[in-house]
Design a protein around this ligand. Structure first.
Ligand SMILES: [Fe+2]
Ligand SMILES: [Fe+2]
Length: 195
């Protein structure tokens, strides 16, 4: 990715509403901490955090139309909760229109909301940094526990977050995205291997 691409991404971020911009700055800070703690590529972690919500304010119908236009698989869950698509659609827009060509960064952006099977350290860093924004405490009252665990082990933190989140989805009668279950199973398997 060249400097022009970065400048264009920065310009796109500047056009987002203040609330999203401030969330992005918080995610960049948390992402930097986690990347440094776990020896990950800090420049990639920062770029992923910077660009992850580029499509966060796109409407549900537009996200669905864009996903279809890109030839991406669109499931019944996406129709019911189109906001889940802002990661995958955002990654595709960044690749096609902004010249972001780093597959590791694109992967983290794609799966930052729901996770996916086989997540890399960078994927987990962005997923957790996105959730650990203190302004989301109302939505995720368990984030302090997740934050504490994230200082030691990304898989423990992933498992803690997903378990709380899935429990609350079930209590609310909400859908649970299969990618989140796949991410949970991976975290369980990787923790078993470590034990
Ligand atoms: Fe997001
Ligand atoms: Fe976000």
């Amino acid at each position: 990715m060249d400097e022009t691409s970065r400048t264009r991404i920065l310009d796109a971020i500047k056009r987002l509403p203040k609330g999203v911009r401030s969330h992005i700055e918080t995610v960049r800070g948390k992402s930097a901490q986690l990347a440094s703690r776990f020896g990950l590529d800090e420049a990639k972690a920062d770029l992923a955090a910077l660009a992850h919500d580029v499509c966060r304010t796109v409407s549900g119908p537009d996200l669905l139309a864009m996903a279809r236009g890109f030839g991406m698989p669109v499931t019944g869950i996406d129709h019911a909760v189109p906001v889940f698509l802002h990661g995958p659609v955002g990654a595709e827009v960044l690749k096609r229109d902004y010249g972001l060509d780093d597959e590791e960064v694109l992967s983290a952006i794609r799966c930052h909301t729901m996770g996916k099977p086989g997540m890399s350290g960078l994927d987990k860093t962005l997923f957790l940094a996105d959730k650990l924004d203190p302004s989301k405490t109302g939505r995720y009252p368990f984030i302090r526990e997740v934050d504490r665990l994230a200082g030691d082990d990304l898989d423990q933190a992933m498992l803690c977050f997903i378990d709380h989140q899935v429990r609350s989805f079930i209590q609310e009668g909400s859908l649970v995205h299969p990618a989140m279950i796949a991410a949970r199973n991976d975290a369980v398997l990787s923790l078993k291997r470590e034990a």
